[in-house]
Design a protein around this ligand. Sequence first.
Ligand SMILES: *[C@@H]1O[C@H](CO)[C@@H](O)[C@H](O)[C@H]1NC(C)=O
Length: 356
Amino acid sequence: MGKLLIVFALIAVFVAFIGQRIITLRRVCLASREVIQNHLPNCRHLKGLEYGSEDITVLPHGLAIISTGLKYPGMMWFSDSPGKMYTVDLHDPRLKPVELKIAGAFDMHSFNPHGISVYIDDKDHSVYLFVVNHPQDNSQVEVFRFVEEDNSIVHLNTIQHELLYSVNDVVPVGADRFYATNDHYFSNAIMKNLEPLIGRPWTNVAYYSPDEVKVVAEGFFMANGINISPDKRHIYVSDIFDYKIYVMAIQENKNLTLLKSVDTGSLCDNVEVDLDTGDLWLGCLPDCWKMLHYDPEDPPGCEVIQIQNVLSEKPIVKQVYSDNGTIIQGCSVSAFYRHKLLIGTVFQKALVCDMK
Ligand SMILES: *[C@@H]1O[C@H](CO)[C@@H](O)[C@H](O)[C@H]1NC(C)=O
């Protein structure tokens, strides 16, 4: 009888524990936040992008590179076809996405691109494109050389490492070295899904180079987007579940020192940096519960947040755009070039707005 009581007590404790976790997850996910429409006048969808535009990066002369077709466990996807990469020339009024050809020894059929970023060599101006790829449940970073003349990328290298176990996004600091966020604590697929129920995840930023790989920042709830300041001295990490951007200084030895965090008020995914002003542009979710339980009748919305003067005492955090899912659903990125604003999503369309 005593034993039975103990078993019941343990079950009760376990149920209460899981219940608490679910409540925490719901709270973090802002279950009932209403999205107030904040539209811009001159927006249109980018043609042919229907299966996500998870990450976008813009080269200094206004050519945007977009990753599409992400299949991310726990999220919706509308097509099982392999992921693709596109470019859009922001100076061309047609704003037409053109698929990037992929050359070199590379398995296109399992391509599942996620975070992307470029590195431009100071001396010969070569452009290296770094792409987080999840061909199976795993994570690896693909390095390509971008050949603008024929809109192609040439595969150079696949980087795998035990410290790169659940990579979300990447920012290179050389042709063969980068910082990357791990968005989970566990690398095992089942444990990854259970992770939010077990406790507060403990995720990190790793630094990779051919001669040294190390964890350089940790303790994030869920480290997501990562990027670098135009002067290459600061790293920005979006902790999506903490509604914060962490600002860190790069040390000589490549370790990161936390300087401060900035509240975004939203669940922000990728971080893009305006090379002209240093402003941060974020693609955010007003409601992640709707993201995790996709319902076309009640879809997840979209929020674009801009942070000005991020390094100053008083950064300005501004909502530039928001939509309740009627126009665009589940935003993951926004990038600004001159007066053009690009908005990308995890599994749906992409939008471009002229803010002139
Ligand atoms: C979104 O807002 C519009 C009004 O701008 C409204 O007509 C529509 O029903 C809303 N959609 C959802 C899913 O809430």
